[in-house]
Design a protein around this ligand. Sequence first.
Ligand code: NDP
Length: 241
Amino acid sequence: MKKVALVTGGAKGIGSAVVKRLINDGYKVALTYNNSEEKALKLCADMGAGCRAYKLDITDSNSVNSVVSDIEKNFGEIAILVNNAGIAEQTLFTDITDEMWHRMIETNLSGAFYCSRAVLKYMINRKSGKIINISSIWGETGGSCEVHYSASKAGIIGMTKALAKEVGLSGITVNSVSPGVILTDMTSHFDEETMNSLKEEAPLNKIGTPEDVAGAVSFLASKDADFITGQNISVNGGMNI
Ligand code: NDP
């Protein structure tokens, strides 16, 4: 029987590349979307019966609990959780309002917390599972004019390491992937000059693709990564090494 992977924010960008890769690896995939309904339904139609789309705002913990319970009852036991959904924003630190700060932390950090907690209830009972969190290079090194984003993503790495220690004895691994600059809607507003200078900061002198990130997620989800936990894999072309 195929294992089930749950991918948050799976309708587009890095999430959709992860969905395609995990389907290709032999998983059934439950993807969640918030606003991108059309893209989510099209992706699932393209992927076939092994892919199901669920509407979910990850900042609403009650909805997270009910979607996870629905997937467990009606689609299959969740073996892999990929906490991918997130938002970004470029703002001077002194211009970050309380609302902007809370929205960033609530989406990028609390969202991953709600999803992990909901799924762990089942994983701990089964004594197996893998959680893969998408952080960011700015969570590792800090990004100017993205302090709230960087703090949320550094929090993801801290949560990854702490949770890995707590659930290791339950046979569950927790790791993170920190992408560098990847071409998606999140980075599409950068002008050509900015993109070129970001590209030049990476020794590999290129911008990453969603598939580059999906490859690392696929590895961490695989049996080959059974002895790896509490780790962060940087997928960034060598930026900031
Ligand atoms: P996109 O903007 O293309 O995708 C973001 C995804 O997050 C969408 O699927 C969106 O769903 C989902 N999402 C946002 N807010 C919510 C919410 N409240 N509830 C549920 N889903 C939500 O960006 P990327 O694909 O680039 O980003 C994916 C992840 O990778 C993010 O965590 C991002 O921080 C991280 N990352 C990206 C980098 C890059 O350069 N692109 C670099 C480093 C990290 P919907 O569209 O349905 O609303």
